[in-house]
Ligand binder design. Structure first.
Ligand code: FEO
Length: 172
């Protein structure tokens, strides 16, 4: 049985994962209307992953005798300026998510809930992957600079980064 404090903290994380899904969905839509099909595909896939992160938490909370709360979500912004800024925001958002996961892990230790501590290790590992992926993409973007041909190739290849990482992490 989850303590009330931990149940609340898990519910907060459910909202963060749901909001992350919305943020990436909004990024996907922005990229799609700009004609950046590959980037849009990457963001749609990322949005789906965040929904899976949320669902795993929902099911876990309910399985442990809690009640997963499905709450109202903050609307993400709809304009991201440039594809460089878009990916910078993705990176910063993932750092924010990592910090929230770390806080959550901290609560499991305070509450001496080692089952939840164990369950959350999947998220800890996932955040390492997601931050590394975002950094890899930012490095590629830095190489491109303002080269239009580079953007064309990046837009074509970024979807492959999604496919490759999905293949490397079939559970993600
Ligand atoms: Fe669910 Fe991208 O963190």
């Amino acid at each position: 049985m989850l303590s009330k404090k931990l149940e609340q903290a898990l519910n907060d994380q459910i909202r963060i994962e749901a909001e992350s899904s919305q943020v990436y969905l909004s990024m996907a839509s922005w990229a799609e209307v700009k004609g950046l099909e590959g980037i849009a595909g990457f963001m749609y896939a990322h949005s789906d992953e965040e929904r899976i992160h949320m669902l795993k938490l929902v099911k876990y909370v309910n399985e442990r005798g809690g009640h997963a709360q499905i709450s109202e979500l903050k609307a993400p912004k709809t304009d991201f300026g440039s594809f460089q800024k878009l990916f910078q925001e993705l990176y910063e958002h993932e750092i924010f998510v990592s910090e929230s996961i770390n806080e959550l892990v901290h609560v499991t230790l305070q509450e001496k809930d080692y089952a939840t501590h164990n369950f959350l290790q999947w998220y800890v590992a996932e955040q390492i992957e997601e931050e590394a992926l975002a950094r890899t993409i930012l490095d590629k973007i830095n190489l491109i600079g303002n080269d239009k041909g580079g953007l064309y190739l990046f837009d074509r290849d970024v979807q492959q980064i999604t496919v490759e990482s999905a293949a490397a992490n079939p559970q993600a």
